[in-house]
Design a protein around this ligand. Structure first.
Ligand code: IPM
Ligand code: MG
Length: 356
């Protein structure tokens, strides 16, 4: 099994290093190959996604990704900014289905900013479309405005669109996922305002007929943002477009107390995937040894389950993570009084030790 390891920027290298240790401790033979990505790649190769890194990602069976981005690259032209690496990988590899589970571990209920009764036992799955929408829509750019009131002024513009096949393929992935869970799916859109959302909703209703065992509901995105903090446990699977999914998945992640706990998978139609923590590169804490490696370690578990066909090993990692939480070990982001604060490496040590 060939795994492309792309640590990236900020805390990326620190957290990926711990996930790699955990993989190596499973006693299986993995062929791990590392390559630079994001700002780190720009520094050494002049591009956030150099051809060699893209080639490695293409030929690997799965990709373990850290995080990209740092303020020091803010002045670069858009096509050279670190974020282009992850957007480029998603697009080039057709990773259109993004799974972002938001699970509240019982031990971490107190770390959430919401009341325990609202988030205790939370287990929802956001399925975000990742290849379309306003993220990639053309035309886009900065031009001279033709609006009568603002004629001649500079104007930025983007295009939001979804074709029927794009909605169908993410819809099927989400319905299949709901089938394996609580059999409820909420499609989030803005059909009261947007044409693309109206088509999205039509397609979701159409394909729902193939899944009579799954209950489909619809929600406007503003209401979904509200319901997520009001009654998050009412959701099971949420399926939504690229932009709404970006926003709602951060919100859902934070409900659980720490975005440092949540893994994610971005899959193509054959379940080849890129696995990364749901959080970003956190340059403010990079190099301090305090980042939480658990989201990346859990992403490695997701990789074993979804792309590498090794569910037993995935279980072992997830159980080990639960064990270290039960032991009271916490990185700074999930620390609460009465628990034991540990570093990034100590957390990795503990997970490795809990594997056996
Ligand atoms: C995410 C991130 C990315 C996105 C950025 C880094 C381009 O926020 O994975 O959610 O907007 O998709
Ligand atoms: Mg995001």
């Amino acid at each position: 099994m060939k795994i492309a390891v792309l640590p990236g920027d900020g805390i990326g290298p620190e957290i990926v290093a711990q996930a790699v240790r955990v993989l190596n401790a499973l006693g299986q033979k993995f062929d791990l190959e590392e390559a630079p990505v994001g700002g780190a790649a720009y520094d050494v190769a002049g591009h956030p996604l150099p051809p060699a890194t893209l080639e490695l990602a293409k030929k690997a069976d799965a990709i373990l990704f850290g995080a990209v981005g740092d303020w020091k690259y803010d002045a670069l032209a858009r096509e050279l900014r670190p974020e282009q690496a992850i957007l480029g990988l998603r697009k080039h590899l057709e990773l259109f289905a993004n799974f972002r589970p938001a699970i509240c571990y019982p031990e971490l209920t107190a770390a959430s900013s919401l009341k325990p009764e609202i988030i205790g036992g939370l287990d929802i799955l956001i399925v975000r479309e990742l290849n379309g929408d306003i993220y990639f829509g053309q035309p886009r750019g900065i031009r001279t405005s033709e609006l009568p009131l603002f004629k001649g002024a500079r104007e930025g513009f983007d295009t939001m669109h979804y074709s029927e096949p794009e909605v169908e393929r993410i819809g099927h992935v989400a319905f299949e996922a709901a089938r394996k869970r609580g059999k409820k799916i909420c499609s989030v859109d803005k059909a009261n305002v947007l044409e693309s959302s109206q088509l999205w909703r039509e397609v979701m209703i159409r394909i729902s007929q193939e899944y009579p065992d799954v209950e489909l509901s619809h929600m406007y995105v503003d209401n979904a943002a509200m319901q997520l903090v009001k009654a998050p446990k009412a959701f099971d699977v949420v399926v939504t477009g690229n932009l709404f999914g970006d926003i709602l998945s951060d919100e859902a992640a934070m409900l659980t107390g720490s975005i440092g706990m949540l893994p994610s998978a971005s899959l193509d139609k054959n379940n080849k995937g890129l696995y990364e923590p749901s959080h970003g590169s956190a340059p403010d804490i990079a190099g301090k040894g305090i980042a939480n490696p658990l989201a990346t370690i859990l992403s490695a578990a997701m990789m074993l389950r979804y792309s590498l066909g090794m569910p037993a090993e995935a279980d072992r990692i997830e159980k080990a993570v639960q064990k270290v939480l039960a032991q009271g070990l916490r990185t700074a982001d999930i620390y609460t009084e009465g628990t034991q604060k540990v570093s990034t490496v100590q957390m990795g040590d503990a997970v490795v030790a809990a594997l056996s």
